[in-house]
Design a protein around this ligand. Structure first.
Ligand code: CO
Length: 298
């Protein structure tokens, strides 16, 4: 049986993704989109499981507006909206790509097909590398290329990446086997055939996660206490600005990363600077059939 919290979490995630995608347009502030998504998640009775990611064009993942971000959606941008919801720690993770340039609509459709094939392939006893093979085949057959070093992932309570991964290529090293009752986020990332098909870390990071419960720095004790409320899930500096102020949050997060209490997730960019599309859903693997917790955009 699928826990009710998972169903609720998935319903909220699917609804919020739909609503955010609906308002993506050129000139719109990315900060506004991130905040809209996260506020809607809370209003619907969930909590963000990580900061809403809005990654444009060759930025494949992990762009979430920092406090005061002025950047806007460009004309003809390929805009990946990736959001996560949790209800009492039960996380669902879902993404869609809005192609403002019709040239890239087909690429988004292929990512959707790859996701669908992946969801059909995933079943108890199946090797995760097999799922990767199916995803890769679907993408290549359509003339595109999967991003080799980005994967889907097993979810568990309050853990976004719970060990096993769902590769987007067949040759991946993942040795895991799918078990009934597990919940996976499957997320094909695809790019143009001429691309490298590989992401590298950009210089900036706007998403953080606590890896230690406490800090030695007296000055940031209160800040660390506030961070503990995210229960080890990724968070945004934006979520701390109200009580602490923008400058204090900025210097505090930097200091806490340096000290090793936090880790930062750098923005991920396609190595050859080619456009990337992503579609993601969260699926419950049943003994006999799967349940899509975050049904795709209609
Ligand atoms: Co994910």
């Amino acid at each position: 049986m699928v826990p009710e919290e998972y169903r609720k979490s998935g319903r909220i995630a699917a609804k919020c993704l739909r609503e955010v995608c609906r308002i993506v347009e050129p000139g719109k502030k990315i900060l506004e989109l991130c905040e809209f998504a996260e506020e809607l998640i809370r209003k619907e009775g969930g909590l963000p499981a990580f900061p809403c990611n809005i990654s444009v064009n060759e930025v494949a993942a992990h762009y979430s507006s920092p406090p005061g971000d002025e950047s806007v959606i460009p004309d003809k941008g390929v805009v990946k909206v990736d959001l996560g919801v949790h209800v009492d720690g039960y996380i669902t993770d879902t993404a869609f790509t809005v192609a403002l340039d019709p040239k890239y609509e087909e690429m988004v459709q292929v990512a959707e097909e790859a996701l669908e094939e992946g969801m059909v392939a995933i079943a108890p006893g199946v090797r995760l590398s097999e799922v990767g093979k199916v995803i890769e085949r679907t993408i290549k057959r359509a003339g595109y290329k999967p991003i080799e070093n980005l994967t889907g992932h097993l979810l568990s309570r309050y853990v976004l990446h719970a060990g096993k991964s769902v590769p987007n290529v067949g040759k991946a090293k993942e040795k895991g086997v799918v078990r009934a009752g597990e919940v996976y986020a499957i997320e094909p990332f695809i790019t143009l055939p001429s691309a490298k098909g590989w992401v590298i870390e950009g210089g900036q990071a706007f998403i953080y996660r606590a890896i230690k419960p406490k800090t030695k720095e007296k000055k940031y004790k209160k800040l660390m206490e506030a961070i503990r409320k995210f229960k080890g899930l990724p968070f945004s500096g934006r979520w701390l600005v109200k009580p602490f102020g923008e400058d204090f949050v900025k210097s505090g997060l930097n200091a806490l990363v340096k000290e090793g209490s936090l880790m930062a997730y750098p923005v991920l960019i396609e190595k050859s600077k080619k456009v990337v599309a992503q579609v993601e859903a969260t699926i419950y693997v049943g003994e006999n059939s799967n349940v899509i917790l975050t049904p795709l955009l209609a």
